[in-house]
Design a protein around this ligand. Structure first.
Ligand code: IPE
Ligand code: IPE
Ligand code: MG
Length: 244
């Protein structure tokens, strides 16, 4: 996996990625934006395979934000068509690799014609145990939190004192999964853009200038090597961490 060994016992359990830069990639190549998205879906394939091979437990990919609904209609339509195509072409291989695919976000906002594919891949791969691939669609961190709160308020059985951090985590779209240890953003933007807000409280951040369609397993390895140099203290002192 390239220069510098990866320590297999020090890999993140959960990796989250803000896949940004498809538009810039297309512009660089004098192509329409959708071609950037199409190339971006090849990066998805490569990164998913690599994470599975490394034994990563969960991978969360930010594919479409609630704010992305404000993009031009034609781009949204093309992205939704690409999503359907991706599901159809990848479902079998994902299943064969024992990957459970979970679409997270406010799926009620998705166009009716993409829902059968979305439901199908979640049902088909739902019992797989090798890795969880969360695809964030019509997702935002604030919306994730608000939907959880609305459900709690509607339920009425929950007492205020029941609402611990662990309990609240179990009300979010990523219920049952560890928080991301590593958050990667491509294309150099130094912001979170409303991705997993609650879940990234203690994630290590890795931002690269590489555009998402150019991001491959070498870049992933680089991010992981960087992650392995981090000292995660979770608010404690170095000394406390050493005496662990
Ligand atoms: C990320 O690429 C994909 C989505 C947000 C759907 P962009 O489309 O944001 O690419 P840039 O930021 O314009 O380069
Ligand atoms: C974040 O990228 C959303 C996804 C990668 C799906 P954006 O391109 O939408 O983010 P901003 O607008 O640069 O913050
Ligand atoms: Mg962008």
């Amino acid at each position: 996996m390239g220069k510098g060994q990866l320590q297999t016992e020090k890999l993140p359990r959960h990796i989250a990625i803000i896949m940004d830069g498809n538009g810039r990639w297309a512009k660089q190549h004098h192509l329409p934006r959708i071609m950037g998205h199409r190339r971006g879906s090849e990066s998805v394939r490569e990164v998913v395979r690599e994470c599975r091979q490394l034994g990563i437990e969960a991978l969360t990919l930010y594919a479409f934000s609630t704010e992305n609904w404000n993009r031009p209609k034609a781009e949204i339509r093309a992205l939704m068509a690409l999503l359907k195509k991706f599901i159809r072409s990848e479902m079998l291989e994902l299943h064969q690799n024992n990957i459970r695919v979970k679409m997270i976000g406010d799926l009620s906002k998705l166009p009716e014609d993409v829902m059968p594919a979305v439901r199908e891949i979640m049902d088909f791969t739902g019992n797989n145990t090798g890795m969880t691939l969360n695809v964030a669609l019509s997702y935002s961190g604030r919306d994730d939190i608000l939907r959880a709160i609305r459900n709690l308020v509607a339920d009425r059985r929950t007492k205020a004192s029941d609402i611990t951090e662990d309990f609240f985590s179990s009300c979010l779209d990523t219920a049952g999964q560890p928080d991301p240890d590593l958050l990667i953003r491509t294309s150099g933007e130094l912001r979170v853009s409303n991705f997993l807000l609650w879940q990234i409280a203690y994630s290590e951040l890795y931002i690269t200038d590489v555009l998402w369609p150019d991001f491959g397993k070498k870049d992933l390895a680089k991010a992981l090597r960087d992650f392995q140099t981090r000292r995660r203290r979770f608010g404690l002192t170095d000394e406390q961490m050493r005496n662990g």
